[in-house]
Write a new protein. Structure first.
Length: 57
């Protein structure tokens, strides 16, 4: 589980960096923006699930 959590946190950090870069450039590609936002949301949800699983173990 710890490896999965590390991977999810890495994905989250990378997606947030890309999101910040796109925002700083006033990037208007909505499909790209939705994709990055989706990746961020899924990574956060995955991290929450891993943390909940750790608490029940």
């Amino acid at each position: 589980m710890e490896e999965i959590e590390k991977i999810l946190k890495s994905i989250l950090r990378t997606a947030e960096i890309i999101h910040e870069h796109l925002e700083s450039r006033a990037y208007r590609n909505h499909i790209m923006r939705l994709g990055i936002d989706g990746i961020i949301a899924m990574a956060k949800e995955g991290i929450e699930i891993v943390e909940q699983t750790k608490k029940t173990d």
